[in-house]
Design a protein around this ligand. Sequence first.
Ligand SMILES: N[C@@H](CCC(=O)N[C@@H](CS)C(=O)NCC(=O)O)C(=O)O
Length: 241
Amino acid sequence: MIDFYYAPTPNGWKVAIMLEESGLAYTTHLMKLAQGDQFDADYLKISPNAKIPAIVDHRPPENYRRNAVSVFESGAIMLYLAEKTGKFHPVDPVGRKEMMEWMFWQVGNQGPMAGQLSHFVNYAPVANQDYGQNRYRGEYERNLAVLEQRLTGRRYILEQYSVCDMIVFPWAFIAKPLTVSLDKFPNVAQWRGRIKQRPAVVNAINLYKKDQNRGTANVDNNSLLYNQTASHLMGDVTNDD
Ligand SMILES: N[C@@H](CCC(=O)N[C@@H](CS)C(=O)NCC(=O)O)C(=O)O
């Protein structure tokens, strides 16, 4: 059994997709991020960066020689689960190298840029939106261009559907709410449509959908989530501070 620490966000969906696709048994723990569940002392032992997603696997592979294994960071979780199940990852050296390239590209480029764009589109004070929105829309679109070129003549990022598609999909899925049209990126649009209809992906996107933050918690009313400092991890900060 796997404990899955989750909120209905693009980073949460990545792992939800992998869990659904691979048919592993899991228990979802809905994390109320606006209320600060991510700073709970017990959760920080699992996920020291105070973010979702994270997992605890109570039946890790034997060679771990542990009764339970925790994993944080979406890329690390996806690779752990791919290795554990032997599914959705290439094993030949070139395929494996390419998988690593696209996984690291996602967690180091597409994800952070999309996350910042989302911040400035959805949560930043109106007076401070412009510079951030323009910069991160440009970066988000630049990353879409990288993906567009990779998908030329390909159905998936690697030879077959893999953890790379699962990890890249969520932030492309929400292009429209991020104020970006995929009209300029036809390969991405087709790939997105192909993945969106997979039953496992539908289940993942619907997991606790009603608990999505649709802008109710924002910079003006939630200092826990939007004005984080070192004190959030080292001191005693509550939403009333
Ligand atoms: N690099 C991390 C990013 C995770 C992340 O940013 N998670 C967000 C939700 S999408 C979160 O937990 N936010 C809570 C917070 O910032 O306090 C990953 O890929 O797992």
